[in-house]
Design a protein around this ligand. Sequence first.
Ligand code: 2AM
Length: 181
Amino acid sequence: MTGIRCFVAVDLPEEMREKVGPLQSKIATEGLRLVRPDLVHVTIKFLGDVPAEKVERVKKALAAVRAAPFTARLVGLGAFPGRSVRVVWLGLEGDFSQLSAEVEAATKSLGFPPEERGFTPHVTIGRVGRPNAGTSRELLAKIGLQSTVDLGSFTVEEFYLKKSTLTPGGPIYEDLAEFPL
Ligand code: 2AM
């Protein structure tokens, strides 16, 4: 049985999203699928397919998360992983550790495996379909040219449980619940 594809995320405020499109146009490269600016977000925890009957328990666990609001700053551009570029991201400065740790603990108690690689806050702004050396080289050069990117700060005051529906036209995200900090 397939469930509901879910993730926990922080949204960017509208004024931040508006700055993403112009930046993306500077790194546009063949093979790079740019994330629609209205869909960019900070993934706190990817849950994968959650059985429908478990979603209420996830919401309840997330509602018990206690973390204080904090300031985040969108600064720097980079790529995952090292050799061939698969993802282009905007860096994030800010203390996401409390929120991340609390969400990890809340979801772990429901059987979701903890993130082994640790949490690196970032905003994915582009994905490479089929990585190839040419695309990677060109992208890394463009990213290097944008190394001074600083889109400014915003206050993180809430987070969301989101549903993702994958379609040929790209993912559709839907807020299942909002949780204030
Ligand atoms: P990303 O921002 O690091 O790319 C919603 O699908 C979000 O969950 C994506 O934006 C992605 O975060 C993350 N995600 C998607 N599939 C994933 C997977 N298999 N493992 C971990 N995170 C995933």
